[in-house]
Design a protein around this ligand. Structure first.
Ligand SMILES: NC(=O)c1ccc[n+]([C@@H]2O[C@H](COP(=O)([O-])OP(=O)(O)OC[C@H]3O[C@@H](n4cnc5c(N)ncnc54)[C@H](OP(=O)(O)O)[C@@H]3O)[C@@H](O)[C@H]2O)c1
Length: 330
């Protein structure tokens, strides 16, 4: 696709609402500032954060942006080709293929072009498509920071991932399996076969089984959905075990925050909340796993940019296994 008359197609969002409120519009191609890179986006993936920002729910997402989303163009995870670089950019030059998470530098990935700070970007893994690369950044880094940094997962340990069939979980299962941990994935029944296929040792249907009542205990529980009370979760933790909440409802997040110091001291069961930090080094870790063929991004569906609003609607239905991706068709 050529840079024509300084304009591009973008999915714009001028009010909180639903995917029906999104419009494909012709907007001006951004110009990179000194530490920024202009990327011709080849693919961008949908994250739950896009979904939350579009709807303005939970209400915490409206902090400092009460009437309309802070970012007119959503889309944090992108893969594409560098078109131009700011004067202070050191690591990239035009032509480089990159991927990254733009949630710390203005979003804007659901568009033909986007500017991103150099620090948010990493050279794209070789041997995979732009669609696969765009699936990686936020979900994979959340999984890594949850399992490795907060959860201190080690080989031989037993880990349960609650909400294992989405973006974070499908990367988390593959990482835990690579470490040599015994992995249990919990999700909707129709996703369980896919979880076993990517390396889960056990898979539980949350609509049929309650893992907190089974009597089985885990060294680590990584919770992507956060709808259970901390009291319930603790039953399923071994003494010395850890509960890491990646996301959840506002009451559950507050409960985990309050429970954390008490639980850790009295019961030797650690409760912690993950605070997402987009990170070039963590993206490099995934790049090497993917290039070595040790991890495969799981893609559910790829939509063209003209159907990007449907991509968000499909994500919102919650039936996807792995990631939903928007392709710019380059
Ligand atoms: N900590 C941070 O700084 C930070 C930053 C960004 C995002 N996040 C969080 O990261 C999470 C994103 O994860 P993701 O991308 O993997 O989301 P996702 O793709 O939507 O996956 C979530 C999975 O959980 C399943 N699920 C729904 N209800 C469940 C239940 N009660 N029990 C078990 N599984 C259930 C869903 O399946 P069904 O819907 O089909 O049931 C889906 O497969 C969100 O919670 C988000 O808030 C955190």
């Amino acid at each position: 696709m050529k840079l024509e008359a300084g304009s591009m197609q973008a999915l714009v969002c001028d009010s909180y609402g639903t995917p029906d409120d999104l419009r494909l519009e012709e907007v001006v191609i951004p110009v990179p500032k000194e530490h920024e890179v202009l990327i011709a986006v080849h693919a961008a993936s949908v994250n739950s954060w896009d979904w939350d920002l579009l709807r303005g729910r939970p209400y915490l997402t409206r902090l400092g942006a009460f009437r309309k989303p802070r970012y007119r163009i959503l889309g944090a995870d992108v893969a594409g080709r560098v078109i131009a670089v700011g004067v202070a950019v050191e690591r990239f030059r035009p032509g480089d293929e990159v991927f990254g998470d733009l949630s710390g530098c203005g979003w804007g990935g659901f568009a033909e072009y986007v500017c991103a700070t150099e620090a948010a970007l990493t050279l794209k893994p070789e041997g995979v498509s732009f669609e696969q690369a765009a699936a990686i950044p936020q979900a994979a880094v959340l999984a890594l920071q949850g399992l490795r940094d907060k959860g201190k997962l080690a080989g031989g340990q037993q880990v349960l991932i609650n909400g294992a069939g989405g973006g974070v979980g499908t990367f988390g299962i593959q990482y835990a399996q690579l470490l040599g941990a015994e992995v249990t994935g919990v999700d909707r029944g129709e996703k369980l076969e896919a979880l076993l296929a990517i390396g889960a040792d056990h898979a539980l249907d949350y609509q049929l089984e309650d893992f907190t009542l089974s009597g089985k205990q885990y060294d680590l529980i990584l919770d992507v959905v956060g709808v259970r009370s901390v009291m319930d979760i603790k039953r399923a933790l071994k003494p010395g075990g850890s509960y890491v909440m990646v996301g959840g409802t506002t009451p559950r997040i507050l409960q985990a925050l309050l429970a954390s110091p008490i639980t850790s001291r009295l019961e030797r069961k650690k409760v912690s909340l993950l605070l997402h930090k987009p990170n070039h080094n963590d993206q490099l870790v995934w790049k090497s796993y993917v290039e070595a063929g040790q991890v495969k991004p799981v893609l559910d569906r790829v939509f063209p940019l003209s159907d990007a609003a449907q991509a968000l609607a499909y994500f919102g239905e919650g039936r996807a296994i792995g990631k939903v991706v928007v392709s710019m068709g380059r």
